[in-house]
Ligand binder design. Structure first.
Ligand SMILES: Nc1nc2c(ncn2[C@@H]2O[C@H](COP(=O)(O)OP(=O)(O)OP(=O)(O)O)[C@@H](O)[C@H]2O)c(=O)[nH]1
Ligand SMILES: [Mg+2]
Ligand SMILES: [Zn+2]
Ligand SMILES: [Zn+2]
Ligand SMILES: [Zn+2]
Length: 253
């Protein structure tokens, strides 16, 4: 049992990050935040990440023992994360739950609950990302036995959510047409961490000077391993395309 929270996995099963990985992650954070580049801060960051990554492994064990695929959705505020989840409800052949992260309000969880989806809201207060501890707590309020896929909708933010493993299996990063063409080059860390990059709100392409072909090439160059999809809530075939990607990952897992 989890001694502190009463769940059924042993904390001891968790792997501790090796020293080199800790250093690598700390370097990534510092390259984005040069003002943190002093010995004391580096030591603190390593300590936090180490604990976070242990908890993330713990979360993944909970998902694995229940055969649940965990998907972390990340993007800027308003790129369409909640809308994408709402739009798959009528077509999904698997059952899913959602852990929602926002600074305040239960709005996103309420939107999904209104469609009959198990959803739990985390209000982070001032934190601009979810971590594995917040996610763990929320997982206690989701019946993992009743779902096939657990989405974590991270706090709308294109920077630090990528540095915190929440214990999911896959990272999906959204970028919307109205945000403009420069997001991938300006915020490469998040796109490098993606298993799937989704260009959303493609129904708006006619109204924006957005070179989708060029942006896709940029994404491919930055992260050749990531899959790429176009998505619009108004285009049923794109909704089904996203579901097919998930079904494929479920088969592989
Ligand atoms: N035209 C169009 N609008 C969309 C699409 N997807 C989302 N929107 C709109 O974009 C706005 C923001 O969408 P949300 O789904 O709330 O975005 P989000 O990423 O969940 O936002 P946060 O949770 O605040 O980070 C809403 O007004 C949606 O109706 C789309 O495919 N096409
Ligand atoms: Mg949302
Ligand atoms: Zn627990
Ligand atoms: Zn546990
Ligand atoms: Zn943050």
């Amino acid at each position: 049992m989890c001694k502190d929270c009463g769940c059924s996995l042993e904390k001891e099963e968790v792997k501790v990050l090796d020293e080199n990985t800790q250093k690598k992650v700390a370097r990534e954070i510092i390259s984005k935040n040069p003002q943190l580049n002093d010995g004391k801060t580096i030591a603190v960051i390593k300590k936090i990440l180490d604990k976070n990554d242990q908890e993330a492994e713990h979360n993944r064990l909970h998902l694995d023992e229940n055969n649940v695929l965990g998907i972390n959705l990340m993007s800027s505020p308003g790129s369409g994360k909640t809308s994408l989840l709402e739009s798959i409800v009528p077509f999904a052949k698997f059952t899913f739950g959602v852990i929602e992260g926002d600074l305040e309000t239960n709005k996103d969880a309420d939107r999904l609950k209104a469609k009959g989806i198990q959803a739990v809201q985390i209000q982070t207060g001032s934190s601009c990302h979810l971590d594995a501890f917040m996610t763990h707590k929320a997982m206690h309020n989701i019946d993992l036995k009743k779902i096939d896929v657990c989405f974590v909708e991270n706090v709308g933010n294109l920077v630090c959510p990528a540095s915190y493993d929440v214990g999911t299996h896959l990272n999906v990063v959204l970028v919307s047409v109205p945000e403009g063409e420069d997001k991938i080059v300006k915020y490469p860390v998040m796109f490098r961490a993606a298993d799937l990059i989704i260009f959303t709100k493609t129904d708006l392409l006619d109204y924006f000077d957005y070179d989708l072909k060029q942006e896709k090439e940029m994404a491919k160059k930055l992260n050749p391993k990531a899959d790429i999809l176009e998505f619009s809530t108004k285009d049923e075939s794109s909704v089904k395309g996203f579901l097919a990607w998930i079904e494929n990952k479920r088969k592989m897992s």
